[in-house]
Structures are given as structure tokens and as C-alpha cells.
Design a protein around this ligand. Structure first.
Ligand SMILES: Cc1cc2nc3c(=O)[nH]c(=O)nc-3n(C[C@H](O)[C@H](O)[C@H](O)COP(=O)(O)O)c2cc1C
Length: 180
């Protein structure tokens, strides 16, 4: 990992390694290339349920630090039952009081069968926790399974271009001057 490059932390809303959204993440990582360091956070499923108590679990402290230290965040997720997957929402809930997402450049890709409601709900949450977003840093990919092949590669040319546009927009947002 280069110390001179900025770092993007990726949060995955699915716990399945061979999920459709994992295919989107692999394509996004390819698009980011050597323009940033990338850390794929794999601990979402191990975070305890959010509990607003005095003792903060060690996993949560480490997760909060990872987000705080990141220059940008990419969230890639399916929609589950018209909403945000519980593990991902739980992770975000742990940061509400401590504010790690405050002004953090963040991109959201929802990759799902339909995904509209989960995407809208998550954009609402990201706005509420004061992420730095714009119209170009979010993408809804519906019918995701028709856009990847059996090897788990995103094959739909339009979708590939859209993923590249979102990662480029996130990198631009990360490189904007910080305003107070
Ligand atoms: C429990 C469950 C609930 C789901 N609910 C929705 C839904 O509300 N909307 C939708 O678009 N897809 C829904 N799906 C389908 C997912 O979008 C689809 O399975 C997707 O490929 C899952 O993402 P993944 O492959 O990245 O794990 C659901 C899937 C599961 C397993």
C-alpha cells in the first residue's frame, strides 16, 4: 500500500463472497486501479448489534478508525426486502454518534434485482450522517444478475462505463479541497 496515495474503504452490503455485488466491487477496484489504495472491509458481519452503551466493543473501535482514516468510502450493496441489508445498516448505526462519516467523500452503488427503495433509503441515511456526496457518486444497477457472467465478471458495457463514472466521481470528490 502506497503512503502517497489516498485510501478508499469499500463496504459490502452482502456477506456472500461470490455475490453479484462482489462482481461490481471487483470491477470498481479494477477501475480505481493505481489511482488510490483500496481496503475491502470484511468485518461487517462480525460487528455486534448496535447498542448505545458505554463500553464500545473493540471491533467497533477498529471499524470507526478505518472509516475515520479513509479518504473516501465506496458502498456496494444489494437491496434486501425493499431496504438496506441489516449488517450494513448496523455498521452505519455504530457511526452515528461518533461522526466518522461527517464530510467523508462517499459513493454508493446498489446492485440488485430492482433496488430502488434500498438505494433511496441508503442515500437518505448517508445524507443524514453528513457524507460528502453528489449526483455523480451514486449508481443504481437493477437486474444485476443479467449484467454479470458465470465467472462473476460484469459484462454489460453500459454498466461497466457507469461503474467507471462513479469511481471517477468519487476520486474527484476526494481530491476537492476540504472546506470547513
Ligand atoms: C433476503 C433477500 C431479500 C431480497 N429482497 C430484495 C428486494 O427487496 N429488492 C431487490 O431488488 N432484490 C431483492 N433480493 C434479491 C437480490 O437483489 C439478489 O439476490 C441479489 O443478487 C443479491 O445480492 P448479492 O448477489 O450481492 O448477494 C433479495 C434477496 C434476498 C436473499
Amino acid at each position: 500500500m502506497s503512503r502517497n496515495k489516498k485510501t478508499i474503504v469499500i463496504l459490502h452490503g452482502s456477506l456472500r463472497d461470490n455475490s453479484s455485488s462482489a462482481a461490481v466491487i471487483r470491477k470498481a477496484v479494477q477501475m480505481i486501479g493505481d489511482k488510490a489504495n483500496v481496503i475491502l472491509y470484511k468485518g461487517t458481519g462480525q460487528l455486534p448489534h448496535f447498542d448505545d452503551k458505554a463500553a464500545i466493543p473493540a471491533e467497533v473501535i477498529a471499524f470507526r478508525k478505518l472509516i475515520f482514516d479513509a479518504d473516501g468510502i465506496l458502498i456496494c450493496t444489494p437491496e434486501y426486502v425493499f431496504g438496506i441489508p441489516g449488517t450494513l445498516k448496523n455498521a452505519l448505526d455504530w457511526t452515528v454518534g461518533s461522526g466518522e462519516f461527517d464530510r467523508k467523500p462517499t459513493a454508493l452503488i446498489t446492485a440488485s434485482s430492482i433496488g430502488e427503495k434500498g438505494h433511496a433509503a441508503l442515500l437518505h441515511v448517508l445524507t443524514a450522517i453528513s457524507c460528502k456526496l453528489n449526483d455523480n457518486t451514486n449508481l443504481l444497477i437493477s437486474f444485476i444478475r443479467s449484467k454479470i457472467n458465470v465467472e462473476g465478471e460484469v459484462t454489460d458495457a453500459t454498466t461497466v462505463k457507469e461503474i467507471e463514472s462513479v469511481t471517477d466521481a468519487l476520486l474527484r470528490l476526494m481530491n476537492e479541497p476540504v472546506t470547513c
